[in-house]
Structure formats: structure tokens, C-alpha cells
Design a binder for this molecule. Structure first.
Ligand code: C2E
Ligand code: CA
Ligand code: CA
Ligand code: CA
Length: 274
């Protein structure tokens, strides 16, 4: 099986020809999708505990002519193994920045960046061009990277992350808690914010230990001067627990689903008249 640390990847094994064929076919078609307009972005809102709408995370969608909507969990690993993630990621950055500039208020926009992309040649230039061509203020852009990026090629990663910080944008460690020795990374790399993985949030409902772990993660983050976001908030009980534990930002289906850009303006307006 071929894996790149993201979990869900096409399985290349003897006797899995159908799966392999589907991967090859999708990879070829993904190539054409950027130019053909088959890619789009949804935006999921992030709120402060007091209800302020502070950010939207851009989430990529691929609508295939035959197969319909294909999940990023399926095609991002494909795009990563073929390096297609580099042009696709550049498109996401450009489109997300362009979108955010048009919002009526100054919410931030968060963009997911995969390891391959971060370590690709000219990535910092790509980001700085997205900012300069759209005119988005750098402090309104957040880049979300996962722990997997921190274990490969450490020196280069350090260089790239500090160059990005120098542009004035914000760095977020995504899926926090799911990786390897998370704590040592926090010490070495400078982030503005941690995003607690959904798996911890889910367990808050039923598991007393989960609460203890989340409390410890939040208190440690605060001591390190980091903000904390929780993703995957689905129930009122989870929301109440995260508020009580002092989470800075909240995101999840309970508060808002990923939505097309056409609905953002309305959501923002509603929040500012409420
Ligand atoms: P992620 O960065 O952890 O993003 C959160 C995922 O959880 C999104 O799935 C979102 O729709 C989903 N989600 C949000 N709230 C809830 C909730 O309350 N409950 C549940 N069960 N799920 C929730 P999505 O959009 O399918 O994206 C999956 C993953 O694909 C993302 O995980 C991210 O790693 C990756 N991805 C998405 N867009 C991009 C992109 O533009 N570039 C890169 N490199 N990766 C992307
Ligand atoms: Ca974020
Ligand atoms: Ca994310
Ligand atoms: Ca996640």
C-alpha cells in the first residue's frame, strides 16, 4: 500500500486493479480540472465564544463530470503523490485571497497547505504573489499545516515557515494532537494558533479523560502564547465544554457548515446586525 501520512490513499496492491485504474483515471482528469473549472471552494465559518465571526476556512471541492462530487480526502492524496497539488494549491490560495478581499468585513481566510506544497520550489513567492495581486492584508491570511510537515526535512521547513511569517501572515498547526511528538515541535517552530483535532472534540461528550487532555492542551498552548481553535464541534455539550475550557475559536457543523461563497455575504451581514 502506498501511504503519505494522510491516512486515506489509493491502495496499490496486487489484485486491486480496479482501484488502481480508478486512481490513474482520476489523476489524469484532475490535471484537466483546474483549467476546466471543475474545482471550487467552500468556506466554513469560525467563531469566537462570544459569537463573533472571525474567520472562514477554505475547503476544496472537485466536481467530476461523471463521478460527481469527489471528496478532498480522496483526491488530495492523489494530487500530492503526483505533485499536482502545487498548481492546485496555488489556485486555492489565489481564489481564497480574492474571495476574502470582497467580503464586507475583515474576517480572516484560512487555507490548508499540504507538506508537498510547502516544500515545493517558490512556495513563498506563490503566497506573496497571491497577497500582492489580490491586495489582501497579510494578517487576514492563515495557512494551516499539519504536523506531518514538521517531521520531514526540518531545516527547509524552518526556513520556509519563517519566510512566511516574515510576510506577516498567520501560521496554524492543524489536526493538533494526532501526530507524533507534538510538544517538541511547538518548541521549535513558531505558530500563532493550534487547531485541536476533531477526534478530541468528539470524545468530550462521553469521555472524562478527553476533557482532561483538552484542558491540558489548552493551558499549555496559552502558556506558549498560542491561540487555540477547536474543529468538528457538533453538539451543544461539546460547545459548552470548549467554552468553559477557554478555547479561543470554534468551528463545526453545529455552528456552520462549509458553504458556497454566495452565502458568505449574507452570513456576515446577519452577524453584524444581530
Ligand atoms: P481539515 O483541514 O481537518 O478540514 C476539516 C474537515 O472536517 C472538512 O472536511 C470539513 O468539512 C469537516 N468538518 C467541519 N466541521 C465538521 C463537523 O462538525 N463534523 C465533521 N464530521 N466534519 C466536519 P473536507 O472539506 O472534506 O476536507 C477534508 C480534508 O481535506 C481537510 O481536513 C484538509 O486536510 C483537506 N483539504 C481540504 N481542502 C484542502 C485544500 O485546499 N488544500 C489541501 N492541501 N488540503 C485540503
Ligand atoms: Ca484556521
Ligand atoms: Ca484545516
Ligand atoms: Ca482535521
Amino acid at each position: 500500500a502506498k501511504s503519505n501520512g494522510r491516512g486515506r490513499v489509493c491502495v496499490f496492491e496486487v489484485g486491486m486493479n480496479a482501484e488502481q485504474d480508478r486512481c490513474r483515471e482520476l489523476e489524469r482528469e484532475l490535471h484537466g480540472a483546474i483549467a476546466a473549472g471543475g474545482l471550487s471552494l467552500l468556506f466554513q465559518p469560525l467563531f469566537r465564544p462570544d459569537g463573533d465571526l472571525v474567520c472562514f476556512e477554505a475547503l476544496l471541492r472537485w466536481t467530476h463530470m461523471v463521478h460527481g462530487a469527489i471528496s478532498p480526502a480522496e483526491f488530495i492524496p492523489l494530487a500530492e503523490s503526483s505533485e499536482l497539488i502545487v498548481p492546485i494549491g496555488a489556485w486555492v490560495l489565489q481564489t481564497a485571497c480574492q474571495e476574502a478581499v470582497a467580503w464586507p468585513c475583515d474576517q480572516r481566510v484560512a487555507v490548508n497547505i499540504s507538506a508537498v506544497q510547502l516544500l515545493s520550489e517558490d512556495f513563498v513567492t506563490t503566497v506573496s504573489q497571491a497577497l500582492s495581486t489580490t491586495g489582501l492584508a497579510p494578517e487576514r491570511l492563515e495557512l494551516e499545516v499539519t504536523e506531518s510537515v514538521l517531521i520531514e526535512n526540518t531545516d527547509q521547513t524552518l526556513t520556509v515557515l519563517s519566510a512566511l511569517r516574515a510576510l506577516g501572515l498567520r501560521l496554524v498547526l492543524d489536526d493538533f494532537g494526532t501526530g507524533y511528538s507534538s510538544l517538541s515541535y511547538l518548541h521549535r517552530f513558531r505558530f500563532d494558533k493550534l487547531k485541536l483535532d476533531r477526534s478530541f472534540v468528539q470524545r468530550l461528550d462521553t469521555d472524562e479523560d478527553a476533557r482532561t487532555i483538552v484542558r491540558a492542551m489548552i493551558s499549555m498552548s496559552k502558556d506558549l502564547g498560542l491561540e487555540v481553535t477547536a474543529e468538528g464541534v457538533e453538539t451543544p455539550a461539546q460547545l459548552a465544554a470548549l467554552r468553559e475550557l477557554g478555547c479561543d475559536e470554534l468551528q463545526g457543523f453545529l455552528l456552520g457548515r462549509p458553504m458556497p461563497k454566495s452565502r458568505i455575504r449574507m452570513l456576515i451581514m446577519r452577524h453584524h446586525t444581530a
